[in-house]
Design a protein around this ligand. Sequence first.
Ligand SMILES: [Zn+2]
Ligand SMILES: [Zn+2]
Length: 86
Amino acid sequence: MPCACDSAPRALADNLPAIARMATKKPFPYWLDGTESCELCTHPHAIGTERRCAACDRAACEHCVTVDRDTGEILCHECLKEEEAG
Ligand SMILES: [Zn+2]
Ligand SMILES: [Zn+2]
C-alpha cells in the first residue's frame, strides 16, 4: 500500500471554498438572463428593455430615466437634473 499522504492533493485547495463563496454572485431572476447593465445604477436589465437618454445617449434602465409626458423625450436622471438646473 502506498502512503496516503503522497497521493493527497497539495493543500492549495484549502481556502477555495471560502473564495468561491465570496465570488459567487447573487443569482438574478431568470428574466434577467442575458443582461446588460444600466450605465447609471449598474443594475442589470434584460436586453432590449433599456432606455436611451435623448441627451447623452446612454443606455439606462427604466428606473433611471424620465419620459417627458409632453414631448415623449427620454432623459436620464443626470441630464434631467442639468435641464432643471439650467
Ligand atoms: Zn442623459
Ligand atoms: Zn438604472
